[in-house]
Design a protein around this ligand. Sequence first.
Ligand SMILES: [Fe+2]
Length: 339
Amino acid sequence: MLQIKRAGHSTLTTPDIERTIDYFTRIVGLSLAAREKNRAILATKSGLEAIVLERGGAVDAPRLSFQVAPGSDLGEVASSLKKAGMKSERRTDITPGIGEAVAFTDPKGTTIEIFSDFKFAPEDNTFTGVMPIKFGHIAYQCPDVKGMVKFYCDVLGFKVSDWRSDFFAFLRCSRDHHTVNFLRNDKTAIHHIAFEVRDWSDIKRACDMLARNDIKLTWGPIRHIIGHNIAIYHKNPDGVVIEFFTDLDQMYDEELGFFEPRPWHQDRPQKPKVWGDDTPSNWWGPMSHGSPQHAQALAQPAAAPVHHGLQTAPRKPALAEARTKQAQKKSRGKTKPRR
Ligand SMILES: [Fe+2]
């Protein structure tokens, strides 16, 4: 089994690369580390490559890179994948920072590029946009969530942090609560991309920054219960949902088996678990359990983008089913009290 250590960058295709570069540099506050005719490499200000943009007809996230331990033998990475029944190939010049990687296709069709060593992009001391500290996580919709979880755990060394019922999985490969999410849906597609910011004051600055640029939040600020991150969401010019977050749960010691205790946790200790499908999406206010917004959302199953606040298309079947169940419970007066 491989042991992924962190996510490197996500490759996104965009029909208007100039517009998307402008968004990621001026609004998100990434640095343009390299520019080719049909491609751009964007890094955090401190030099971690985060997003690769490619000119393309459709908006998609066809590739994702992961780092294994520095110095790892990529030949052994390929052997390990072969043992798991995966065909892979060696690729070079992935980005200016990644000279070599082993590439293969995961079961939902995303090309995964595994690298062991990389170079930081030059530091950028200019002050523009939100300026996240890293590419935090990526969430996908796909039909076979259980199959994806098994593959990522058995082959890539991920661990399950939490489940929402049986349709939304949160997987970690480091101390961060989640680096990838899988949400069950009929179609396979990107769900959202998340960048970590330093703290709450950067979330506040991001809200003002987005508003000043006429970009409205689609959700937040909230504190999630699963993962407990403080988060805001908006859509980029291509309609991709972008999250900025801070305060994500941390598993500092795997042997202890619980997330670093925090005053806002529901359980003591807060261990990985399966959360009920009636778990509120927001610990603080709107969309918290029993709030008017929550009741309204439950009364309109599969209509508005409400549960995780992210999608434009109706969410069938998993979330819609969950909402319907919640509405039924509520109408029977059996709603569980908020914890
Ligand atoms: Fe997220």
